[in-house]
Write a protein that binds this ligand. Structure first.
Ligand code: FPP
Ligand code: MG
Length: 298
């Protein structure tokens, strides 16, 4: 993973602008690098795996820089966000730099790889727009949520797996299905953790999504399960800064209706779909990625 960080930095150094490198060094490197892990597990022998991983991580980092501006987020991974430190303008421009440097390197890859990654970035951007739009009202449509998380989160994970498979000479489609389902499960788990974790572990306040207007899967299922009176009360809490009584009410209703367990099961099913797609390759590393994700404490 260190090699990826080095390569990403060297792509920025190649731009020949000292100021940009100094600014770049302020971006947090604390991410989990899920997409890179996936690429290394699939493209085990390809010489270009590190380069692909660096490109994908740069795109991901660019999208988070922009996302924190869009979400007006002060923290990222428990640290002060880049936009909070240097302002929205610098965050947007730094995102543009990362994104375009990554694309310039991506163009050196075979077209099947370049096409799938660049297409994923278009989906990613459309997914972010859908996320913003869906946060403007009390959405109760699960299909719209699933379609949004596919584009916002799963598309780049799907493309990472697909592209890595192409580099290794495997059938891209099987690994794309694996990546897509892994990505969907990942986002659902992230949405569960927003409710079940505390502020310190999350690096942002818990139950933040609901305040931001995001009707994630647990809220969709909770609303579905609630009685009419409870449904009404729930809508009065939407987008509000919740006091501890209101937070507890939401958590208790979720407990009463088995909402978190239902979401965990859904994430596990998606994990199962992912594993099914790559069964014939017998790759323990890919199995472990799914296991570590879905068999954890919530
Ligand atoms: C995080 O979602 C956001 C994303 C995964 C995608 C953001 C995509 C863009 C801003 C499109 C622009 C793309 C480029 C390449 C410049 P979240 O807000 O639910 O998660 P969080 O809690 O980590 O902020
Ligand atoms: Mg965000």
């Amino acid at each position: 993973m260190e090699n990826i960080d080095k390569l990403m930095r060297s792509f920025i150094v190649d731009l020949g602008e000292g100021d940009i490198v100094s600014l770049y060094d302020n971006i947090s490197q604390q991410g989990k690098k899920l997409r890179s892990k996936l690429i290394f597990e699939i493209a085990k022998t390809s010489r270009d795996a590190t380069k692909l991983a660096a490109i994908v991580e740069m795109i991901h980092a660019a999208s988070l820089l922009h996302d924190d501006v869009i979400d007006d987020a002060d923290t990222r991974r428990g640290e002060e966000s880049f936009n909070a430190k240097f302002g929205d303008k610098s965050a947007i421009m730094m995102g543009d730099i990362l994104y375009s440097a990554a694309f310039s390197k991506l163009s050196e890859f075979p077209s099947a790889v370049a096409a799938c990654v660049s297409n994923a970035v278009a989906l990613l951007s459309a997914g972010e727009l859908a996320d913003v739009k869906l946060s403007e009202f009390f959405n109760t449509d699960k299909n719209r949520y699933m379609e949004m998380i596919y584009r916002k989160t799963a598309s780049l994970i799907e493309a990472s797996a697909y592209a890595a498979a192409v580099l290794e000479g495997f059938e891209g489609r099987d690994f794309g299905i694996y990546g897509k389902n892994l990505g969907l499960a990942f986002q659902i788990i992230d949405d569960i953790l927003d409710i079940t974790s505390n502020d310190k572990t999350l690096g942002k306040p818990a139950l933040h999504d609901f305040k931001e207007g995001k009707m994630t899967l647990p809220y969709l299922y909770m609303y579905e399960a609630c009685e009419e009176k409870e449904k009404k009360y729930m809508t009065t809490l939407y987008k509000k800064s919740l006091n501890s009584y209101e937070k507890d009410w939401i958590k208790n209703k979720m407990k009463e209706y088995g909402v978190i367990m239902r979401c965990i099961k859904e994430a596990r099913n998606l994990g199962g779909e992912a594993l099914g797609a790559i069964e014939k390759y017998n790759m323990d590393g890919l199995k472990n990625i799914i296991r570590q994700m879905v068999e954890r404490d919530f």
